[in-house]
Design a protein around this ligand. Structure first.
Ligand SMILES: Nc1nc2c(c(=O)[nH]1)N[C@H]1C(S)=C(S)[C@@H](COP(=O)(O)OP(=O)(O)OC[C@H]3O[C@@H](n4cnc5c(N)ncnc54)[C@H](O)[C@@H]3O)O[C@H]1N2
Ligand code: MOO
Length: 408
């Protein structure tokens, strides 16, 4: 039997220093052109300038009559009816008006329109209840978008509204940053495929599937590398396989002090370890390395530790690789609705449900915060940052929180 190490050779970095190290190693990936009309979730890699005015011709904003404002209160002869989609070409002269529907192009000569509710029409003659100002109820050329205007800047996340804007401008192909390819490898002799038979004491591989889902949620392309047994040659081969096909490799397990914790030595042999321990809980043995051009995160085996480390370090890296200018989750201040005993020596990222009570955000614990209790992640939309110490934080205390999900 090999001797067991008594002390980790890796210094323990603060979360801030570790995150800064990660972010210093990521830059947006190359751009690619994709179908603009299905580009939601992607980050724009080019500035988009409006090539035309919107609307390109003045349009009626309501259903009613197009007329000349200078005719004042005089009755007008109704000469036509214009519906949206009809081509223009009509001239409205003095003493004339045309019926017009919302969205129809204004006829030449008419400089305003009156909503139908403010009119009467008898025997082809229009009587108005009040005079109309020039331009009233007309959408002028360029009101919604002006030609030459910067519409969407590089770095914009494309959501539903942005897809609509691209469609409006007739843009069908758009340059976005490439999504990172992220390979996920589980390790451990005790780890089995969820659908397979397993001996007593073995665990089902929840980490790989949870991490693959987290990668997709963060906008990455997830690649499963299966489970590697606790054998240095097998894990080395699996890691080389991962770095050959991925921008980022995530491993699960095998990063702490056990004799079968092989990931760190393999990464040290193949590349450079930037950090091997972080002062936070859960997730202390989180490891970050480069092997060639691939970034490798050695995540801890405990299911909660691996997902919390993903949230705090991997997700920001994946967002930054996609060109997201704000790769890190937002922070807020929340009040705790029950007392919390802090960890004596490490900031603890406790899983909480955040909810508004009036103007204040309140945090409710998801229960037992053990690193193996995946249920503590279920329903959590915040990671409450509990500074270390000996004193209990009483109910009502205000603490910083990373907002990781939708607020209710
Ligand atoms: N002497 C010390 N022991 C430990 C230390 C330490 O500093 N000194 N750190 C502890 C901390 S903190 C953590 S976190 C864990 C992380 O250890 P590993 O990354 O080496 O993880 P494993 O030992 O491989 O597994 C831990 C635990 O998680 C289960 N596991 C592993 N893989 C999976 C998976 N894919 N799906 C579900 N569950 C998995 C595994 O069976 C173990 O129960 O180390 C502490 N030890
Ligand atoms: O850091 Mo470990 O993840 O406390 O359990």
């Amino acid at each position: 039997m090999n001797p067991m190490l008594r002390e980790s050779p890796y210094p323990m970095l603060d979360v801030e220093a570790a995150l800064a190290t990660v972010l210093a190693h990521v830059a947006p990936l190359a751009l690619e052109h994709v179908d603009a009309l299905r580009a939601e979730g992607r980050i724009l890699a080019e500035d988009l300038v409006a090539s035309e005015d919107l609307p390109d011709l003045p349009k009626a904003a309501m259903d009613g009559y197009a007329l000349r404002s200078s005719d004042g209160l005089l009755p007008r002869r109704v000469i036509a009816e214009l519906t949206a989609g009809e081509s223009a070409g009509l001239l409205v002269g003095p003493g004339e008006a045309s019926r017009i529907m919302t969205g129809a192009t204004m006829p030449t000569g008419a400089d305003a329109m009156i909503p139908v509710e403010l009119t009467r029409e008898t025997d082809g003659m229009l009587v108005v209840d009040r005079a109309i100002r020039p331009g009233e109820h007309v959408h002028p050329v360029g009101q919604d978008l002006a030609r030459g205007q910067l519409v969407l800047a590089r770095g914009t996340r494309l959501n539903a509204a942005e897809v609509g804007i691209l469609a409006t401008l007739g843009i069908t192909q758009v340059a976005v940053f490439r999504q990172p390819r992220v390979a996920v490898l589980a390790t451990g002799d005790e780890v089995y495929e969820p659908g397979a038979p397993r001996p007593a004491g073995a665990v089902r591989d929840s980490n790989r599937y949870a991490l693959l889902a987290a990668v997709r949620e963060a906008g990455g392309v997830a690649i499963s590398l299966g489970i590697a047994r606790d054998d240095a040659a097998i894990q080395r081969r699996a890691i080389l396989d991962g770095i050959a096909q991925a921008d980022v490799l995530l491993t699960s397990g095998g990063v702490s002090m056990g004799t079968r914790d092989l990931i760190k030595p393999i990464l040290a042999e193949l590349g450079t370890i930037h950090f091997g321990r972080v002062k936070f809980k859960p997730g202390k043995p989180t490891t970050f390395a480069s092997v060639g051009d691939t970034l490798v995160f050695g995540l801890p085996g405990y299911p909660v530790s691996s997902l919390v480390a993903f949230e705090v370090f991997v997700r920001p890296a994946l967002r930054a690789l996609q060109g997201d200018p704000q790769p890190v989750r937002p922070r807020a201040i929340a009040r705790i609705d029950a007392a919390i005993r802090p960890s004596p020596d490490r900031p603890e990222y406790q899983r909480v449900r955040l909810a508004w009570r009036g103007a204040e955000l309140w945090a409710t614990s998801t229960g037992n915060q053990g690193s193996s209790r995946l249920l503590s992640m279920h329903g959590a939309n915040g990671l409450l940052i509990v500074p270390p110490g000996a004193q209990v934080y009483p109910a009502g205390s205000s603490l910083e929180v990373l907002v990781t999900g939708d607020l209710r």
